[in-house]
Ligand binder design. Structure first.
Ligand code: DQA
Length: 146
């Protein structure tokens, strides 16, 4: 069975209370439950982790080798700053889909650039918690075809 790693980056542990006008009212736990349900429907396994620390996210990506076949990642603000996370995804060479709750291109200019995008299969941005569900579907269909 395909095993997908889901990584949530910094501040996403505060979802539900964090800027609900931008990120919605769903908590991280709600999103994780939605992902578990979708994984069951797709007949894949998901392992889910959240960290506020860049190096912990890098370590989690390295740990995928031999364990996980795909990565679904919302790197939060590290999307716009982290060459290290980008390099980790390139290093393990495991297919990744980048997701964002908000549409980063409708927001401040500093959010318009993603270091992850160039090493991802694709990106889903702007659909709230559904971005994760759509991202998981896209990643699994990519893995089934390739
Ligand atoms: C985010 C967008 C980022 O710009 C921001 O720093 C986040 C969340 C999103 O899911 O919309 O923390 O990744």
């Amino acid at each position: 069975m395909l095993n997908i790693l889901v990584l949530h980056g910094p501040n996403l542990n505060l979802l539900g209370q964090r800027e609900p006008g931008v990120y919605g009212s769903a908590t991280l736990n709600d999103i994780n439950k939605l992902l578990e349900r979708e994984a069951q429907a797709l007949q894949v396994k998901v392992s889910i982790q959240q960290s506020n620390h860049e190096g912990v996210l890098v370590d989690a990506i390295h740990s995928m080798l031999g364990q996980h076949q795909g990565l679904l990642i919302n790197a939060g603000a590290y999307t716009h700053t982290s060459v290290a996370i980008r390099d980790a995804i390139a290093a393990v060479n495991i297919p990744a889909v980048e997701v964002h709750l908000s549409n980063i291109y409708r927001r401040e200019a500093f959010r318009h650039h993603s270091f992850i995008a160039a090493v991802a299969i694709g990106q889903i941005s702007g659909f709230g918690s559904q971005s994760y569900r759509l991202g998981l579907q896209a990643l699994v269909s990519y893995l089934m075809e390739n």
